[in-house]
Design a protein around this ligand. Structure first.
Ligand SMILES: [Zn+2]
Length: 340
């Protein structure tokens, strides 16, 4: 069995996971219904009430949350949170937009509370342990300065929860992702010799070009592990190519930061684990909202069970995938997302 950050949660039996999800789902539905005008309108329009959902299979009685509907709400009401902010704005620790450049028109704005940040920190700690990180390691992580992914590394006097760096005992070097940033990543890596980098394929390609200009091979940088943080699930061919070029272990992290999800593959590399004590993943027909058959491919919809700031229920993501629910050989029992 692999090392696990929260063994009692990560290796829970399926029945226990689903029992936990049912309780959290009921609470979260009541929470958003009474606090988020967007959900109150959406559910009233479709004639369902939170109390109609008695278990996780009833979730499909609820309509999907679609980006277009949120953007329309924003335009209609002028509310930058599209009617889904559940706490007073003063309780938000950070507010961020989509991880896209250039920023799309009517971007979805997401706010996180300190409690949200604390949960995301626990998820990233699980992910980093799953990637083989040890206390004392230095890691390089590329992320936008304002996104929660960056903020989870930072400690600040005003924050209550300890950062992921503090709980794991690692040294993070965070860098902004801008197209010309690769020389800085290169220089920092040569100086600090991080064992792991979190970046996207585009940045690694630029970094490989800088290596070539400096007459060194990518493997001489010395990364043992590369986490490819993308807004999609990579194919085996893509991760293999990166692994061969850099002579490193490669993991794929799917980031859906609008809904605070970071799913990643373990050392078995047989799908991306989704932390089901915090999310309910569904594979659905995007038109009808119904779940597809067990093991079939469809669009991914994610229900966030923990967030207090901007939780989203059945948030439809433009990713085609399958879900595998059988326990993984790594010892974890949480579902795995697989590409079609
Ligand atoms: Zn696994």
């Amino acid at each position: 069995m692999s090392r696990l950050w929260s063994p009692h949660i990560e290796s829970m039996k399926r029945e226990q996971i689903e029992e936990m999800q049912t309780e959290l789902l009921k609470k979260q539905l009541n929470y958003v219904y009474h606090r988020a005008p967007f959900y109150q309108k959406l559910y009233k329009k479709s004639g369902v009430k939170p109390d109609d959902v008695k278990n996780i299979n009833d979730l499909q009685k609820l309509p999907l949350t679609k980006t277009g509907d949120l953007q329309a709400e924003m335009k209609e009401t002028g509310d930058e949170y599209s009617g889904r902010l559940c706490v007073p704005e003063s309780e938000l620790l950070a507010v961020y937009g989509p991880n896209q450049h250039p920023m799309p028109e009517n971007p979805l704005i997401t706010g996180i509370t300190d409690s949200d940040r604390n949960t995301i920190i626990q998820h990233l700690a699980r992910n980093l342990i799953m990637s083989g990180i040890y206390s004392g390691d230095t890691i390089q992580s590329l992320c936008w300065a304002w996104e929660p992914f960056n903020r989870v590394y930072m400690a600040a006097n005003l924050l209550i929860s300890p950062s992921v760096s503090e709980i794991l005992g690692i040294t993070p070097v965070t860098l902004e992702i801008i197209p010309l940033e690769a020389p800085r990543t290169f220089a920092t890596a040569r100086l600090l010799k991080p064992s792991l980098i979190i970046a996207d394929i585009g940045h690694l390609t630029q970094l490989a070009a800088i290596c070539q200009q400096n007459n060194i091979s990518p493997e001489e940088i010395g990364y043992k592990t590369i986490i490819l943080k993308e807004q999609r699930i990579l194919s085996e061919k893509e991760t293999k190519e990166v692994s061969e070029k850099w002579k490193a272990k490669v993991h794929n992290m799917l980031a859906v930061q609008d809904n605070m999800l970071y799913a990643e593959d373990c050392n078995i590399h047989n799908g991306l684990h989704i932390w089901e004590d915090a999310f309910i993943p569904e594979i659905v027909d995007e038109e009808t909202g119904e779940k597809v058959g067990e093991g079939e491919a469809g669009k991914l919809a994610i229900t966030n069970l923990f967030a207090k700031g901007n939780p989203m229920i059945r948030y439809l993501i433009n990713i085609t995938a399958k879900i595998e629910k059988t326990p993984c050989n790594c010892g974890r029992t949480h579902s795995r997302l697989k590409p079609q």
